[in-house]
Design a protein around this ligand. Structure first.
Ligand code: BGC
Length: 237
């Protein structure tokens, strides 16, 4: 009788594309890390071909893997990019899922980065709002663990004629410094809590670790690795 081949747990290669870095990590189907997170700088200009080249080189050092998940910093529908304000205008209309499938030879699922981060961070009970603080301002809304996709709070007016992203994105942090940025975040939390009446607000993104203000009990900081770990959830549906 032929010996049975030992079966290998399927490996998901998760990417998190950001305005300053592109991160990759191998995960098991439950979203548990199977190794270190790798990061390369986002190329500038961040056109599709340049970003894909970086993803290809991250993938080359992550083999073997069976499926690919991507958190993308803009609106994504059926694998196609609808907006990419912090990367490059030439992304609009680009079929990222198709291009990456061709480049890596594996099935690919793509979603908004904040949606993916949320999938890695929510507990699945009640109304959970997720915001991500990084180059941009990401947002995701969940009801009992079910996502309302592509919430784009970042470009909504917040205060002084500016949007949440203009007041709380990386450029604003660089401009006004940690103290004022934290004060602004406190104001944003008050507004969001009145609008969404959430059970929990989860704050992620690379600048989540720069939050020093005292947070209300239903507001927590989640590690930025949730932006990769949530990638496994894209393969659950
Ligand atoms: C984009 C969002 C994205 C966020 C964080 C915003 O500028 O419009 O789709 O989630 O940045 O990357």
């Amino acid at each position: 009788m032929a010996a049975l081949k030992p079966s290998r747990t399927p490996v998901i290669l998760a990417f998190d594309i950001g305005g300053s870095g592109i991160k990759a990590m191998r995960l098991d189907p439950a979203g548990r890390p199977l190794g270190e997170r790798n990061r390369l700088s986002t190329p500038h200009p961040a056109r599709p071909a340049a970003v894909l080249a970086v993803m290809r080189s991250l993938a080359a050092s992550a083999r073997p893997f069976d499926k690919v998940s991507v958190g993308f910093p803009g609106i994504v529908r059926d694998g196609v990019v609808w907006s990419a304000v912090n990367l490059h205008d030439s992304w609009v209309g680009f079929d990222l899922a198709k291009a990456l499938r061709k480049a890596l030879g594996k099935p690919v699922r793509v979603a908004n980065d904040a949606d993916v981060q949320g999938m890695g961070a929510v507990k699945g009970k009640g109304v959970e709002l997720v915001v991500t603080l990084g180059t941009g301002f990401g947002s995701a809304l969940f009801l009992n663990g079910v996502l309302v996709p592509n919430l784009e709070l970042g470009h909504h007016p917040f205060r002084r004629g500016e949007t949440y992203e203009e007041q709380l994105g990386e450029a604003a942090l660089d401009e006004v410094g940690l103290k004022r940025w934290n004060r602004r975040l406190g104001k944003a939390i008050k507004v969001l809590s009145r609008v969404y009446n959430y059970d929990a607000l989860r704050i992620g993104g690379g600048n989540g670790r720069k939050v020093t203000l005292k947070l209300p009990p239903n507001v927590t900081i989640v590690p930025n690795t949730a932006g990769l770990m949530g990638g496994a959830a894209l393969w659950k549906a």
